[in-house]
Design a protein around this ligand. Structure first.
Ligand code: AMP
Length: 395
């Protein structure tokens, strides 16, 4: 097999997503997911050259799960050139993908309080993979790194300075790997050099964020200190009046934990619809007359349109709007409704092209003579592999 192989690992609290990426092949050699880690039902399923495979993992923790999974990856790979790890929060210290040296691992630990649900399990995956493959280069690719180019007026909150200088409280932004991949791919699809191109990128999955990208750099984004700020998401509220939290505490006696659970796990599409966090389910329900599902969709699209319009302030001009993520790549209705809210931008969809760009099919969906709108399927694993190879090549 020609080309180098990179294993990409995305380690969550009870799951590990992994992909074996060959630099010269579009399809992944292996793509898998270990779930329910830390419980007696831990299991892993993966696709290897198109064939489905499955393994019960016993009561495996992250280290044991990886110890069972990695020999299968190694066998399929033959030779592994390195391992790329997705890391959610690199704080202000990490500006780009880098080797996971003890110093960098300390930075990830130091930022754990800013991403308590993500950085600790990420570290478990990193430490386990390093102990299994100590001789391979391990590279961290950070969700926050792409947004380190935001200007200070975009990343600072209007709160006293010492909270920033002493406690690192500022806007960081997330989904950076996807925003970077999609803005580069979008430029390629539009025939523009990435270093002279201006985009609004809407990454709409279960988590959602939008970014203004100028000449390949993030200039502003909707997520902030944590991935709660900004757009309406599957179970996250996105922006609310910050006084809501004080109100819930003071008037109803809610604890910090209860408020956090409300805003991160019970809000968003799920909270408004009372039905589901899944956009597909909500579209089906609203077509059958479910008014709460319809309202959830309306709020989602209006808030997205409003944020995209706000982000346009960070652009010197607009070369196009890029939709990505499970919703952005598939939900033709959401794309249409969102653009209908942005009348002053003069967007217009080509209805047939909008219907055709689903299930991994990217392309132009705007009508000729109107601002460009593209569907660009994201590929975070590919982007992590690309950046991992760039770091390895630079050694
Ligand atoms: P992701 O987190 O990127 O996998 O995206 C998950 C979201 O994409 C969920 O809300 C899904 O309901 C949504 N999604 C996936 N396929 C479709 C579809 N065909 N129509 C509408 N939403 C979809």
């Amino acid at each position: 097999m020609s080309g180098r192989n990179i294993l990409v690992i995305n380690s969550g609290s009870s799951s590990i997503k992994f992909a074996l990426v060959n630099e010269n092949q579009d399809d992944f050699i292996i793509e898998g997911l270990a779930e329910r880690i830390g419980t007696p039902d831990a299991e892993v399923t993966w696709k290897e050259n198109g064939e489905k495979k499955h393994l019960q993992l016993g009561d495996a923790d992250h280290a044991e799960a990886l110890a069972q999974i990695l020999p299968h990856v190694q066998k399929a790979a033959g030779t592994l050139t390195g391992i790329g790890h997705r890391v959610v929060h690199g704080g202000s210290q990490v500006h780009e993908a880098c080797l996971l040296t003890p110093d960098v691992i300390s930075v990830i630990e130091a930022n754990a309080s800013l991403a308590p649900l993500h950085n600790p399990p990420g570290l478990m995956g990193i430490n386990a993979a390093i102990s299994i493959y100590p001789e391979l280069p391990h590279v961290g690719v950070f969700d926050t790194a792409f947004h380190q180019t935001m200007p200070e007026h975009a990343y600072r909150y209007a709160i006293p300075e010492e909270l920033y200088t002493e406690h690192k409280i500022r806007r960081y932004g997330f989904h950076g790997t996807s925003h970077m991949y999609v803005s580069r791919k979008g430029a390629e699809m539009a025939g523009l050099p990435v270093e002279d191109s201006c985009w609004l990128v809407a990454h709409l999955g279960n988590g959602c964020s939008a970014t203004a990208v100028v000449n390949g750099e993030s200039r502003d984004t909707t997520m902030g200190l944590t991935p709660l700020e900004g757009l309406v998401m599957g179970t996250r509220s996105g922006d609310v009046d910050p006084s809501l939290q004080v109100h819930l505490h003071r008037t109803f006696g809610w604890s910090a934990q209860e408020i956090e659970t409300l805003l991160t796990k019970k809000s968003g599409l799920l909270g408004v619809s009372g039905l589901s966090n899944d956009m597909r389910t909500l579209i089906e329900a609203s077509e059958k007359g479910d008014e709460k599902a319809a309202l959830a969709i309306e709020i989602f699209c209006y808030r997205l349109a409003k944020s995209l319009a706000a982000l346009s302030c960070a652009l010197p001009r607009l070369d196009g709007l890029l939709f990505t993520g499970g919703i952005g790549e598939n939900a033709t209705l959401i794309r249409k409704k969102t653009l209908d809210h942005m009348r002053v931008f003069n967007f217009k969809l080509d209805d047939q092209a909008n219907q055709s760009c689903v299930r991994g099919q990217g392309g132009k969906i705007s009508a000729d003579g109107h601002p460009l709108v593209l569907v660009v399927p994201t590929n975070e694993e590919r982007q992590i592999a690309i950046e991992t190879l760039e770091v390895i090549d630079a050694q």
